[in-house]
Each structure stands twice: as structure tokens, then as C-alpha cells.
Design a protein around this ligand. Structure first.
Ligand code: PXL
Length: 277
């Protein structure tokens, strides 16, 4: 017997609480071994006015080769921020090598937010991201990422549930069985998370809107979902746990007036993630 193990293919960012710096402690708290595979190394994330960005593309294949030589096994693979279009091919090769019958792939298509793509995101990267979708079992796009992946413009008003379902169905036809569209602004007081499970009715998880949007929320959600799903919960339960945990962290950030781009103070509640496992 061994512990569950997840490969985290994502960037390492020093300050700002995103990606591996968030995902590794969160899944570890859920008693899962985290194996970081860096895509880039940044001093702060790209929402800061300045950041140092070291693209890791040219090193990734050698880094991964040792895992191939060691015949390592992973129960899950979670991908996030990718620093170049070549990385998508490296990630696809990783999935082809390491995904086993009982393992799953979670793709968080970190591309943009609020209707805009991140500055590091080129049109070629968008095209490549569509290739990665084919290998996903679970996906956690926000609305900006969902519309980009299904070639729709960012909507001027809140899409209807039927429209969301149609877009998810279109995305699901390319790969993922389970999709949660995270952080959709529903009204002044609430945020909608729209869950699509292939062949089933959609589900909704509403959460209170607490202050303004915070960078890194998607990373916290994706890690709790990955950890919870790997620990045997179903997708809905995993999303529920993730949104509840993120809300708690966001409330704390508001309480201490943390700047919105400093990420979520997940450390405050990390121990609670291991309870009841
Ligand atoms: O939280 C998503 C994210 C991850 N990694 C980097 C980012 C961002 C969002 O801006 O800049 C480097």
C-alpha cells in the first residue's frame, strides 16, 4: 500500500499564493503526496505590476524523463498555468505516459479572467489549450476560459443555465466528463458555480460574494476539488467542499484587509482539510 500521489504541472510562484505554492500544501493536508512539475518560475504572479518570469519549457522533458526511468505512478495529474505553447505537447506526452486506467486528469485552463486573457497568453496558446482539453477528465474553467475554449464571445450579461449547459456540453464532447464553471458573478450578493456532469442534469453551487474577486481563488478551488475527488468524493461533493473552504479563506482575507492580489490565506484553515478523512 502507498499514499495517493498527484502530479502538479503548474508554475512555482514565490509571492502571491497561486499554483503549486497553493496546490501542494492543500493536497498534502488532504493526505495526498504532491509531486511538483514546474512550468515556469515566477517571483510574483502576473497580476502584480512587476514579476520575474523564468520559462521552464526547455528543462521540463529532462525533468520528467527521470520519472519515466523510475517508472513512477500517479493517481492523478493536475495541470494549471502553462508558460509556452510547447509545454502543451510536453504535458500531453506526460499524460499519455502516466495516466492509468484508474487515474484522472484535472485541467484548470488558466488563461484569463473577467473577459480578458492573461498577458502571457498568446492566440497560439489558446489553440494549443484546446488540444489539452481532449485529455481532461475534470475541468475547472471560469467563464472567460469556458467561452474562449468554445469560441464564443464573453457575454455582456449572465448566461442562462441552458446556455451554460450548452457550452459545457460542447466542451465535454471534446474530453472532460465533469466540468465546473467557477466564480460566475450571479448578482451583487452571490457567486454561481455551474456543474456539468456528462449525461446528467446540471447542478448549481451558490456561494455568498465576499468582497471583490481575489487572485488565486481558482487555484484553491482546483486543489480542493482534485484532492477531494482523489479521496473518493463525487464531483459535486468535491466542488461543495472546495467552495466552502475558499469562502472561509476569503472571509479571513477581508477581515485582515489583504490586497486582492495577495491570494487566499488558506494557511489559516489548512488543518481542517485533513479532518474526517
Ligand atoms: O492564479 C492563476 C495564475 C497562476 N499562475 C500565474 C498567474 C496566475 C494568474 O494571474 O499569473 C503565474
Amino acid at each position: 500500500m502507498r499514499q495517493k500521489r498527484i502530479a502538479l504541472i503548474n508554475d512555482i510562484t514565490g509571492f502571491g499564493r497561486c499554483s503549486i505554492a497553493v496546490m501542494a500544501p492543500i493536497v498534502s493536508a488532504m493526505k495526498i503526496q504532491a509531486v511538483p512539475i514546474p512550468t515556469a518560475i515566477l517571483s510574483t504572479h502576473t497580476q502584480f505590476p512587476i514579476y520575474y518570469f523564468d520559462d521552464y519549457t526547455s528543462k521540463m522533458s529532462d525533468y520528467i524523463q527521470t520519472y519515466k526511468d523510475l517508472d513512477l505512478e500517479f493517481d492523478a495529474i493536475a495541470t494549471g498555468f502553462l508558460g509556452s505553447k510547447e509545454q502543451v505537447d510536453i504535458v500531453i506526452d506526460f499524460i499519455k505516459t502516466f495516466k492509468k486506467e484508474n487515474s484522472f486528469v484535472l485541467v484548470d485552463p488558466v488563461m484569463g479572467d473577467h473577459g480578458k486573457l492573461y498577458t502571457t497568453y498568446t492566440p497560439e496558446m489558446c489553440m494549443k489549450m484546446k488540444e489539452l482539453v481532449k485529455y481532461a477528465d475534470l475541468m475547472t474553467p471560469n467563464l472567460t476560459e469556458l467561452v474562449t475554449l468554445v469560441d464564443k464571445p464573453y457575454p455582456l450579461k449572465l448566461p442562462t443555465f441552458d446556455e451554460l449547459e450548452d457550452m459545457c456540453e460542447q466542451l465535454s464532447k471534446q474530453g472532460p466528463t465533469h466540468i465546473v464553471v467557477t466564480g460566475i458573478p450571479f448578482n451583487d450578493k452571490q457567486i454561481l458555480n455551474f456543474i456539468y456532469n456528462k449525461g446528467e442534469d446540471y447542478q448549481i453551487v451558490m456561494v455568498d460574494r465576499i468582497g471583490k474577486d481575489r487572485c488565486g481563488t481558482g487555484d484553491v478551488l482546483a486543489s480542493v476539488i482534485a484532492g477531494s475527488y482523489l479521496n473518493g468524493k463525487n464531483f459535486y461533493q468535491s466542488v461543495k467542499q472546495a467552495t466552502k473552504f475558499a469562502s472561509k479563506c476569503i472571509s479571513y482575507c477581508e477581515k485582515i484587509h489583504l490586497p486582492h492580489y495577495y491570494g487566499l490565506c488558506f494557511e489559516e484553515y489548512l488543518c481542517e482539510l485533513g479532518e474526517g478523512l
